[in-house]
Design a protein around this ligand. Structure first.
Ligand code: PLP
Length: 396
């Protein structure tokens, strides 16, 4: 495959493993073993069975008829919102915990920003009976109380990161520090297609079940495997990587990655990484990164916590650079409007992250007989307070 990672962990100019020397043995172990384990028949069998019976896969591919009439094209929704725990993240945490078990690890660490990845990790740790430690910025702990409660209910220990801005990047630093100090028994579950090689490739492969299913389901429904467009939102880029994966080499399928413009791309309050970013190193890989002229990471902003990330996975930096995917950005306001529209037309409350992908429909200009697949990455229960607050504001 043309967009496959190379043996050094690069997608074109991006990727690699820029890690402190003390992490080298952990990352090396993973690099040597991940493909062997993932390609093992018994691993696949266990992963597939749990995806089916625990996660509830395959997730439906739903023809959204009223939304299709509204936009005058054919729109299918890939329903990752119907997965156990309400989003695509569980596909990845489940895959990684099975891998950790096969590596003989007994202690799991993770970092989380909004808490979604923390909950997905705590969930699979409970499932497998493994100890779970989640690092979370002190400020995020205050902002995301329901997810902190969920993680604790699931048996995880939530450790506050109290340095720096007390948010995601500080939690990541703490998790890396923990991994350095506990190299033998501990496995680090990363939540998106980011981090040092082999994480981006591994996470993309676990999430690729999304596009694998889309192909089969679309064939059943329309007689052909390939849609004209696939649209997905991008924070770190894992749901998009999963939705794009099996279409990367099909040049006739247009791939559209939607980032969060926040209050506007040029407002200084944005997370539109591919447009605003320059090459730099974050979380152990070389990628596009929002930074100041002297290379300090810029604090990102989006109304949706899951898109509020200053970098993007190296696979997306490569898709951007080569033009294989089109990168668009959507403001807070446009995402809210798209979410309200989906509620009213289809009876589906999307996650605010996913709403960014839907908002792009008004810019798409698809023809009436073209097929558009949107990855509905998660459900909107967690965003209810935001939806209600802004609806009230709009009505005042
Ligand atoms: C976390 C999250 C995202 C963003 O993460 P990606 O790695 O870019 O997929 C998108 N949608 C939902 C529902 C999420 O929870």
């Amino acid at each position: 495959m043309k967009f496959e990672v190379n043996e050094h962990g690069y997608y074109g100019n991006y990727g690699g493993a820029y890690i402190p020397e003390m992490l080298f043995p952990n990352v090396q172990e993973l690099k040597e073993k991940y493909l062997l384990i993932m390609n093992d028949a018994s691993f696949k069998e266990e992963f597939d069975l749990l995806l089916k019976d625990y996660v509830g896969r395959p997730s439906p591919l739903y023809y959204a008829s009223r939304l299709s009439v509204h936009y005058k094209t054919k729109i299918y929704l890939k329903r990752e919102d119907l997965n156990h725990t309400g989003a695509h993240k569980i596909n990845n945490t489940l895959g990684q915990i099975l891998l950790a078990k096969r590596l003989g690890k007994t202690r799991i660490i993770a970092e989380t920003g909004a808490g979604q990845h923390g909950v997905a990790t705590a969930t699979v740790c409970a499932l497998m009976g493994l100890k779970c430690i989640v690092y979370m910025g002190e400020i995020d702990i205050e902002r995301q109380a329901p997810n902190v409660a969920r993680m604790k209910l699931l048996g995880a220990e939530v450790i506050p990161a109290t340095s720096g801005s007390k948010t995601l990047k500080d939690a990541t630093n703490e998790a890396i520090r923990d991994w350095i100090n506990n190299p033998v028994d501990t496995y680090y579950i990363i939540g998106s297609v980011v981090g040092p090689h082999p994480y981006p490739d591994m996470v993309a492969k676990f999430q690729s079940v999304i596009s694998e299913e889309i192909k089969t389901q679309l064939k059943e429904k329309t007689g052909k495997e390939d849609p004209d467009f696939v649209i997905a939102c991008v924070g770190g880029g894992s749901n998009a990587a999963g939705a794009f994966y099996h279409f990367l080499d099909s040049g006739n399928v247009k791939l559209i990655a939607v980032e969060a413009a926040g209050k506007g791309v040029d407002s200084g309050h944005s997370a539109a990484t591919s447009i605003l970013g320059k090459p730099g190193i974050i979380h152990g890989s070389k990628t596009l990164l929002m930074q100041t002229f002297d290379g300090q990471i810029t604090e990102p902003y989006s109304i949706s916590a899951g898109l509020d990330y200053p970098g993007v996975g190296p696979i997306h930096a490569h898709l951007f650079e080569t033009g294989r995917a089109t990168f668009a950005s959507i403001t807070d306001e446009e995402a809210l409007e798209a979410a309200y529209l989906l509620c009213e037309l289809e009876g589906i409350i999307p996650a605010l992250e996913s709403a960014h992908a839907f908002a792009h429909l008004k810019y798409l200009n698809a023809k009436p007989d073209e097929i558009v697949v949107i990855n509905l990455s998660g459900r909107g229960d967690k965003d209810l307070a935001t939806y209600i607050r802004h609806k009230d504001l709009a009505n005042e």
